[in-house]
Design a protein around this ligand. Structure first.
Ligand code: ATP
Ligand code: MG
Length: 180
């Protein structure tokens, strides 16, 4: 009998949501699991972790499907911009659903998916439906701030990263190899 796959959520305002997920990826690869990382939001250029993951060879597949979408206030984004990101997120979502249902993977990381839900780029109901109907043995990790209660309800393990301090608050720029 195969083990039941778990749903993990890494959320909160503190640093470490994506990198903790990648720690699990490293562990999973060591146990011979096949891993897919699907990035919403991020566009996939200039990230040290992606270069590092490539060194793991065939054990990890990465699909970066975002358009670098990060904003704080909705009215700072033009309708055209928003439409572009919506289209990208919908494509990422369709890819994700197909990959989940393919039953090819042991672990899928959905990086920044919580943000995509929060910006209304993808529907929380559809994500919840996918979580309920995923292949039994598949492990999933969802990252990003402000995880919705519907998602938290369906998860087995939820961790909230809390900021005690962040170098950024001292005006220190994102450090190569630490932040990206
Ligand atoms: P990481 O990728 O380092 O695990 P994360 O996934 O928890 O971080 P995100 O919200 O995805 O955090 O933001 C990614 C970038 O923002 C990273 O460069 C991260 O260091 C930085 N960051 C995370 N939390 C904070 C914070 N509280 N203040 C400023 N920058 C932050
Ligand atoms: Mg992150």
């Amino acid at each position: 009998m195969s083990e039941r796959g778990l749903i993990l959520v890494n959320t909160g305002n503190g640093k470490g949501k994506t990198t903790a997920a990648l720690g699990v990826v490293l562990r999973a690869v060591g146990q011979g699991l096949k891993v897919l990382i699907l990035q919403f939001i991020k566009s996939g250029n200039g990230y040290g972790e992606l270069e590092g993951l490539k060194r793991l060879g065939d054990a990890v597949t990465i699909k970066s499907m975002g358009k670098g979408f990060i904003y704080h206030k909705r009215d700072e984004v033009s309708p055209e911009e928003l439409e572009k990101h919506k289209t990208a997120a919908q494509e990422a979502w369709q890819t994700l659903v197909d990959e989940v249902n393919s039953d090819k993977w042991d672990l899928i990381v959905m990086d920044e998916i919580n943000n995509a839900i929060n910006y209304d780029l993808i529907s929380v109901d559809e994500v919840a439906h996918m979580l309920r109907n995923k292949p039994k043995r598949l492990h999933l990790i969802l990252t990003g701030r402000y995880a919705k209660p519907e998602i938290i309800d369906l998860a087995d393990t939820v961790t909230e990263m809390n900021v005690v301090k962040h170098a950024y608050q001292d005006g220190i720029k994102a450090a190569k190899g630490i932040e990206y």
